[in-house]
Design a protein around this ligand. Sequence first.
Ligand SMILES: Cc1cc2nc3c(=O)[nH]c(=O)nc-3n(C[C@H](O)[C@H](O)[C@H](O)COP(=O)(O)OP(=O)(O)OC[C@H]3O[C@@H](n4cnc5c(N)ncnc54)[C@H](O)[C@@H]3O)c2cc1C
Length: 212
Amino acid sequence: MARNKPLLLATFFTLFLFFSYILLPSTKSIPPPPPPHQTTTALTEPPPIPSSILTGSAIMPHLGNETLKAELGRAGWKLFHTTLARFPESPSLDERTALAHYLALFARLYPCGECAGHFQKLLVQYPPQTSGRVAASQWGCFVHNLVNQRLGKEVFDCMTVGEAYKCGCAEEDEKKKKEKEVIEPTGSSLEENLKGSGRKVEVVKEGLMNGG
Ligand SMILES: Cc1cc2nc3c(=O)[nH]c(=O)nc-3n(C[C@H](O)[C@H](O)[C@H](O)COP(=O)(O)OP(=O)(O)OC[C@H]3O[C@@H](n4cnc5c(N)ncnc54)[C@H](O)[C@@H]3O)c2cc1C
């Protein structure tokens, strides 16, 4: 028995190593799974949109209900003109392309099928102006007027389109406000304001009114 002791120890040691390897969690690093939707080849450029997608025929069916059509129209024009009113003043090529594609798909997917068909023809005849905010807004007003004319509605004065659809751009509005303040300093009171304007005023304290 004493002679077999080293052999027995060696067997135990081997068995210990064998079971440790099998039972203990592996320390080998496993690469984490890729996040969902991520492919192994990174996309550097979005794939170009095939022209058939942009210019295919109107997708939505006929919209017979005139009340719905008018409600949809008012909401649709609001979105349309506001998008153009907030478009950059000096857009990049990428932004111009995005707008052109957006308008083509706006027309194709417009929820009133028969309106969409007419509007798509207008866009072919008068392609969207994307060089900047003013050009885009004026173009938008022009095409809306063509729809107005076809429907026997009044023509809108496009000189007022900038007033009707405000950009509401916080940063730009802030800058314009500051510029205005430099030109017209604002005092805390009416007196200060009038002093700032260089006008001479005499402030008379109101006495008690009759019966007051
Ligand atoms: C893309 C598109 C295509 C359409 N096609 C058809 C169609 O084929 N048949 C159909 O029956 N209806 C169509 N409509 C709906 C139609 O144009 C009107 O929206 C709807 O008849 C309600 O008219 P409205 O008189 O209330 O004023 P809207 O024409 O809806 O105008 C809403 C408001 O926009 C302002 N506005 C008017 N003209 C201009 C302009 N030129 N520029 C800027 N602002 C202006 C005015 O303040 C007006 O009150 C279409 C709408 C859209 C968005």
